[in-house]
Ligand binder design. Sequence first.
Ligand SMILES: Nc1ncnc2c1ncn2[C@@H]1O[C@H](COP(=O)(O)OP(=O)(O)OP(=O)(O)O)[C@@H](O)[C@H]1O
Length: 721
Amino acid sequence: MSDSTAPKPDPTGSQPNGTAPAGNAPTEAPLAEAAADNAIIPASSGEEPESPVAEIATAPDVANQRRSGDPSAGGGSRLSLRNLRPRMVRWRRQLARVNEFEPILLKEDDATIRKRSLALRYRAMAGEKLSTLLPEGYALCREAGRRALSMRHYDVQIVGGIGLFEGHIAEMQTGEGKTLTATLPLYLHSLVGKGAHLATVNDYLAKRDAEWMTPLFEMLGISVGIIQTEDDQSARRKSYSAAVTYGTAKEFGFDFLRDRLLLRAQNRMQTEMLGGGDGGFSDSGDQIVMRGMHFCLVDEADSILIDEARTPLIIGSIEDNVRDQIVETYKWGSKHAPDFELDEHFEIDDETKRYELTARGRSKVRALPKNDLVRAMGLVDLYEYIERSVKVHREFLLNRQYVIRPSEKDPKIDEIVIVDEFTGRLAEGRKWRDGIHQAIESKEGIEISVPTGQAARITVQDLFLRYPHLAGMTGTAATSASELARIYRTPVVRVPTNRPPRREQLPSKVFGTLDAKFEAIAKEVAEVHATGRPVLIGTRSIDKSVLLAGMLTELGIEHEVLNANNVEREAEIVAAAGGIGKVTVATNMAGRGTDIKLADAVESRGGMHVICTELHDAARIDRQLIGRCGRQGDRGSYRQYLSLDDDILKGGYGQIKYDKLKNRGEANTGSADRLANMFHRAQRKVERRHFRDRMVLMHHEKERKKMQREIGQDPYLDTPD
Ligand SMILES: Nc1ncnc2c1ncn2[C@@H]1O[C@H](COP(=O)(O)OP(=O)(O)OP(=O)(O)O)[C@@H](O)[C@H]1O
């Protein structure tokens, strides 16, 4: 930590408000302007979480944005909702109070800043309200940022930070400095001594952001902990004991479950000891790692709180050696199944279609060679394994009942996907029960997915609902505002950009077929590429990214493909994507969290051009892609390409109407641009359906937990498999 008394020069050139020299004007000008006209723009009337979705969804700004069909609208626009004015006025007043501290803090040395921070902590611990401490706290944080990181929180960031402190989801455009903004509510909430968590999507981001912000926190006497997947219990305990802890939603969830299991085990031991008198309770030194859940700030809030919301975090109860034994026995079964003959070794019950070994079949099983793991399995179990394997060999055929393809989660691993016998379509995510699925995996020689057995389970949603104070940041929340407000009681606010955005939306183009669309896209890539501007093309699936890449190769355009198949090079590809003449084809969320920095000469040529090749099921994902260009006031442009055979039309209007549109598309030779709005309507229908599905699921889960509590069970530990 630096002891210098003189503050470090501010590379942003910005000065405290009111004392700003002329050169500072560009940095703070938009805020001054925006502040006068509602610095923060509500994306929904989330203040009334109880209000019906329609009311929220039709909040004027969202509605305007959708009417214009511009999924990137927002950010710097200045729209206002009359009924939310009081909140904005209050936040602006608080900003003014934060600013009042600045000239005073500027004159103080590092040691005094730290002392002030300690004094704030005492006051918070003594029970003073954090909202009273906010102006000085935020001013201290800003001053620490300026000295330790050479970054002074912009006024918009301070106002965004106030919104976060008050439990909002702040929508900030990519590149607007969410990492620095996060320090404000983290610092303030950490003062009460119960810990403040920042949850992000992966270990890498947790570590990177924590390390980047640590000098700021250290200057204020605030310790920082980082949770990484490989950490052991004692490292975790240490990280959680820090004032501020960075980690992933997943790790926070697992630690919560492990602690809960441990507490139950200890509780049981204690009860046994008290009851039996001779119980073996000993405090073996096992201690929980978390020290409660007080405040959590969720980065990439929409993806964690909505996309991942239903993801269950499960701690398995099957131990590794048992798992190995099960896997081995499946393999053993499928190896020997072809040697079993109908009628001689097994029979099939006409009614139940059950396979049953005959006496000869059973003695054959006993005589089969077995390794130690298989031998340790009970004989009755072995009969069942063989019966199941024989059934699978006779009845389940590759490319008829199922296909094999690379797993979406990990393309290096193959997986079995069931073919729906009625529709002939792939039944994504479905599995056969009673070991059939595993027996097929074994027959095909691919990794056997032994179920874990559940010892404890929590969904990401439940986890965050347990925090009494929750807030989030994201580039794209406005379109999910109603859902976030309804589930988490976290209203969404839009934070305007520090500098006005200069991103240009080019008119959407609609084609009859995918082929026609892709040809036009390739042509546009060639044209923009010739000017030296970088082009980023987003596709909905891996195969489409490959198709487009093939077309670009034919045109002789050098390019990079970024999809789930080459995640290792992700950061490298994204970092280079803003160079002169770069062309990058990416599937949706790829490259998240890495900044695309434009090469110097790119800005004067018009910045980056983004091409969206199809609408996604959620407008939010489209906006994420579009947000890649025109960052921090850079120039940039984007265009949406659509065709009448796009999946979104099927999802929105159903198969029959989709088939009609597709036929119309095939007959269509000219432009169909006038139909662009139809695609956005379809997208809204899909979004609404997904929202309804999620609400139904949430309702069922809630009921289940209620019932379990009523009968004295723990909904996280007594989980149905
Ligand atoms: N107040 C500030 N003063 C100077 N530079 C800043 C300030 N705030 C942010 N920056 C710079 O802006 C850049 C983007 O910051 P950051 O990565 O936190 O953005 P982000 O909003 O998280 O973007 P993404 O959505 O891509 O994750 C960084 O290089 C950071 O140094």
